[in-house]
Structure formats: C-alpha cells, structure tokens
Design a protein around this ligand. Sequence first.
Ligand SMILES: C[S@@+](CC[C@H](N)C(=O)[O-])C[C@H]1O[C@@H](n2cnc3c(N)ncnc32)[C@H](O)[C@@H]1O
Length: 348
Amino acid sequence: MTEQAKETTADTQVARIFEWRRGFNTIHLIDLGIKLGLVKALAETPGSSAQDLAGKLGLHAPYVETWCKTAYGMEILDADEAGRWRLAPFFDVILANSAHPRYLGGYVRLGTEVAADDFQRLVEAFKGGAVKPFQGRGESFAQAIAESTWGLQVITAKKLLPDLPGLATRLQAGGAILEIGCGTGNLLMLLAKSFPATQCVGVDIDRESLDIARGKIQAAASGDRVQARQGTVAAATQPGTFDAVVMVEVLHEIAPHIRPQVVKESAAALRPGGWMLIVDETYPSTLEEMRKPEFKFPLMTGFEELYWGNVLPTREEQEKLLRDAGLTGAIQRTIIGEGFTVLAVQKT
Ligand SMILES: C[S@@+](CC[C@H](N)C(=O)[O-])C[C@H]1O[C@@H](n2cnc3c(N)ncnc32)[C@H](O)[C@@H]1O
C-alpha cells in the first residue's frame, strides 16, 4: 500500500473537493477584484476600509465588505486591527501591475472568460470531438492570451535568447530573428528594443492577433526592421536567413498534422550556427509523470485547450520533431516557472 493510499479517507477526499471548489471561487473573486478596480485601489492605497474602497470606486459598500473579508480569509488581503485592508505580500505585483513579468491577471481572466465558457461547451463537444480553434476567437481573446504569456515574453527576450552561446553577439552586429506564432507582437517589440540592429520578423496565422501586432509596430515607428507577416513559415520567409527562430507557447498550438512541416520549415529558415528556441509545455508520457508537480500545469493545459483542438506534445514527440527537421545538435532542456519547458538546439 502506498503512503498516499494509507492516508486516504472519505473525509480527506471530501476535503479535496471543497478545496478545489474554493479555488474556483477564489479565481472569480480575484477576477472581480481586478475588473472592479479593488485590487488596483488597494495597491495604490494600502490600509483602505471597505467604505473607502466603495466610495472611491462607486461600488455597493456591503458587497465590497464581503469581497474584502473573503479575500482576507483566502490570504489575498491582510488587515489591521481596525479592519483596514491591504494586499498580501507580492500581490501588488502579481495582480495589480500588468507591466510586470510576474503579472497573472491575464491568466486569471483566461480562466473566468475563456475556460469557463469552453468547459460548458465540452458537454456537447465530447460526443463528437468538436473544436473551436484559437484562430478567429477575436481581439479580447488574443489580448487575454498576450497578457497571460507576458512573463514568458520578458524572460525569453531578456534571458533565454541572450544566454544562447554566440547569439547576442550575432544579433548586436545585425542579424535576424524569426518568431513563429508572434500573436499580438509583444515579444517582437521586446526583441526590437533589446537588439536595435536586428531584423525581427514574426509570422502567424491569426489575423486578429496580427492586426494588433501591426498596430504596435506602427506605433513604435520601427519601419521595415520589425514585421508581422501572415502565412506559413515557408511562404513568409526565405530559407537560411535567420540567426534564431523562436516560438513561445506555440508548438502545442500548431495542428499536429502540420507540426512536422512547420518545424522543418523553421529549421530550414535558420542560418548554420543559428539557434532554435522553443518555450512550450511538455505533456506527461507516463502515469508517473502525470502526478509529478512539473507536469501539473501542462496536464491542465491539455484539458483546458482540448476544445481549441490543441494536442500537447510529449518529450519524445518534441525531440522527434527537432530531429526529423534535421537539427542534429544537442537538445538543451530546462523547466522554468510552473512547468514551462525551454528547448534550445543549434543548427550545425
Ligand atoms: C498561445 S498563442 C501564443 C502567441 C504568442 N507567442 C504569445 O506567447 O503570446 C499561439 C499562437 O500560435 C499561432 N499559430 C498556431 N499555428 C500556427 C502556425 N501553423 N503558424 C504560425 N502561427 C501559428 C496562433 O495563431 C497563436 O497566435
């Protein structure tokens, strides 16, 4: 008998259901706090009473009181003896500062607005495998995705890419980066800033995301140096012209039947010595992995994005894609954050 089985009782199982149910409510509580401005007001003015908050935001005071008490109980807020509220440590950054890499408001919103709706539709979808793909879900969806992945964009631009041996030197001297699945263009803009001499090209197949990306490129007056192109990699780029090809939260979004082709075209777009950098999620390959902490996040993504038609690749599938694309160098693999995989391989 395992350690876990010995300790399992009907009461502990019941407690788990109540805990998950509280998690569901807490995510909605946070979302409401962000949308109503309560989180921002508490970040700006710690030590506010519910009455102060209600007055400042034009809200119904008894409801705000209940929000504050519940948030206190869930340890999102702290309080003093006089019942004045403030955000618990670090939540000013995590929930109130959308420019910070640790901001998770977008991920919360993706749950309340997108996942909650998709889960309802799964009841029908399970009967025949219906999907509603990423593309064409609209601007608000594209923005929620961009907010959710913001931290990954920052770490990719500031740490993961510059740390690849020899790459920063090539990019500082000019060079070119290709981003597959550039979405709303946040990473392109960060890269353009970090590497002012580099050509930054993004490709995507989602028109709504590309429209947002092009707006940012235009606003930054980057001219031809930064481009967001629509279409497949092969149609939008020339082989052997990039020093790095990067994908952030994209590999698992590419339809499985075209994935080998997209990775092959991406590898072909690299110059010799160039780097392929993939930041994505790795689906567990075994029962044992399904219960490992580092696979919990990808396991849930696989469920949450079922209705998008996404199939997360396992480690073996990721490596086969890279090898079949002709990338023979050592594959560097690390796990960051809640369970994101970073894969890097150099074209020889
Ligand atoms: C989860 S979003 C990530 C967007 C962006 N990289 C980010 O991190 O915010 C996945 C993106 O991959 C794009 N995508 C999916 N299949 C693609 C393909 N075959 N070629 C180019 N982009 C693709 C989607 O349209 C979407 O914009």
